[in-house]
Design a protein around this ligand. Sequence first.
Ligand code: PLP
Length: 459
Amino acid sequence: MSFSLTQLIEARQADQYDLHIKYISPHMARVQKIIGFDKIYARGEGAYLWDVDGVRYLDLLAGYSVFNLGRGHPAVKQAMLEYLDLERPTLVKMDCPLLAGLLAEELVRRMPPGLDAIFFANSGADAVDTAIKFARYATKRPRVLYLDHSFHGLTLGTLSINGGEAFKKGFEPLIPGATMVKMNDLETLEKELRKGDVGAFIVEPIQGKGVYVPDDNYLPEAQRLCRKHGAQFICDEVQMGLGRAGKFLCCEHWNLEPDMVTIAKSLGGGYVPVSAVIMRREINNKVFGHLKRAQVHSTTFGQNDMGMAAGLATLHVMDEEKIVERSATVGAKLLAKLSALKDRHEMIADVRGKGLVIGIEFRPPTNLAMRAAWTAIEAAEKGLFTQLVVMSLMRDHRMMTQVGGPGVNITKLLPPLIIGDEEVDMITNAFDQIMDETRNLKGRVWATSGELIKQAMTG
Ligand SMILES: Cc1ncc(COP(=O)(O)O)c(C=O)c1O
């Protein structure tokens, strides 16, 4: 009998959570059940998902920014089908593939001045690990500085520059020479740089976990200090790049000229994992600068034709549909409308972001009875109030969001960059209604707090 993916999915769809419980991650499956996210999705298109019963959900996670163009963009899909039909020889290895060269050319055109050499990899962490290695080699200095709250991936190298303890605990020892500094603290940054052993300072121009936006002078000054003290200034644009923050690269908000930039996620158009480090030519020359060193750093699937084709189609669509401009204008509308909710709902402490990355931070209410409810749930686990909001968004408004990091009362919106006015209104109305409902302690929002507290206590 021939293999049919369609038949296989039809026959086994109902088993998906059980298979994960048995073979992959029972805990993840349990979490999804507890918070009411245990849906069986059958279709995805644009900014929406549909479950097997035909219920539609607005996807405000976008695969953590993989689906900037929405799911199943017809032009990228067409490029994928065309690629399969062409039957081109990919991963020959001992050649210089055309599509990688073309994608490199397109990316360089969109970079800040001076970035004209590329290394292609497969994932965000893979790209960041590469940047760390290259910075060490190029500067002959071992140390890497990173920010509190930072997230650069979860491989051993990138975990070493993670700005929170939750991910690191128990995986030590991590790579030596990684030192955390606080965002906006230029004095400590310079103190560390002055030691003369720092190879790189790596930053997300806007931090994904918690959506922390630096003070306006911070990144330009940090870049200046890195230059002054001979350290590489690396912008990790894996999440904020490719239009997410309303510019092609988020670092353009401050006219930065980093030594290296990392990108990934939506570069593959939602079809293929592909990432890249774009760097100054001299860094590339130092690392690979001898015929014997030509393969000193590589990865098997780097430069694969399918990923490169997806990248080329993605950049084409971004230009054609003015995706970056759209992210900036629609994002500004959403930010303004959500910010206006602060006047009506005191529990909304802050609404921040740029383009279509928006963080909404909650704080305890002043009303005594409500405050007691907040304290009870937050005592069980910090950030659980936001989990109630996330659950309400899913249950009552069919919108998928997430708590914006471990132990924080922040939810992050990361919608596909193709959303429009309709979605802006849907999102704003949903938050407005949910915050209204929090005033009723017997209402729907607080209804699941007992169960969440129980689960947090029993683990
Ligand atoms: C800024 C940043 N860098 C790196 C990574 C790691 O990317 P990946 O999960 O593809 O390894 C992420 C993932 O979310 C990220 O947000």
